[in-house]
Design a protein around this ligand. Sequence first.
Ligand SMILES: [Ca+2]
Ligand SMILES: [Ca+2]
Ligand SMILES: [Ca+2]
Length: 227
Amino acid sequence: MKLPWRALLCWPLCVGASAAKGSALATEWSTIRDTSKMDTADDRNGDGRPDAWTLTNRAVAWSVADQNFDGQPDEFRCTRSGREAAKQDRNFDGAIDSYTVGRPKHPERATLDVNFDGSFDTWLYYQQDELLFMINGDAATRQITGWTMYDPASRQPFLLAALAPTHNPSTIRTVKIEGRGEIDLLAGTDKPAAIQEEARQKQLIEFIKAEQPFARHPNEDFNACAR
Ligand SMILES: [Ca+2]
Ligand SMILES: [Ca+2]
Ligand SMILES: [Ca+2]
């Protein structure tokens, strides 16, 4: 598969936006949090209580939803100039555990707290609606533990890496390749394959260095849209 490295390396940086600060953002967010200030309110489950709201009379279009119908909004979508930043509380514990950015219904990047422990642990990158790349780690300790590359055609993982205990991407210990088992790069048990995969891993490492998943909180994208 020919990898679109140039695009892969460019777009997460191109998409990135600076954090917004100040009272304008605070005002916008308080408006969204107070659903009584929204333009529309729908009752999707017919229980007599609104559970989906929109606010569109400004440069930013807002969509808020209460997906488990408990009265507490748990999904917030901000759209500006055809791009969307969304955040969700997927287990309804009151803490945001999912951030996505991209075009509406077409995520390009997602940051998740998969185990709901309050620390983001999974970074997903999409291209043309297909999952392309996943980084696993822990935002609290700022350690990357591994990554997976997906083949867009088969949607199967074809390149996985688990890092050595140092969690230093330059000291990859193990590479698993779909259909070909596991290669220990340091031991060099399969030299030609190891060299080939090592080159590809180096490209992935460059991508991770450029992306720096821990360098910025995913809420920055949301704030940039809301400002
Ligand atoms: Ca309802
Ligand atoms: Ca809810
Ligand atoms: Ca949550």
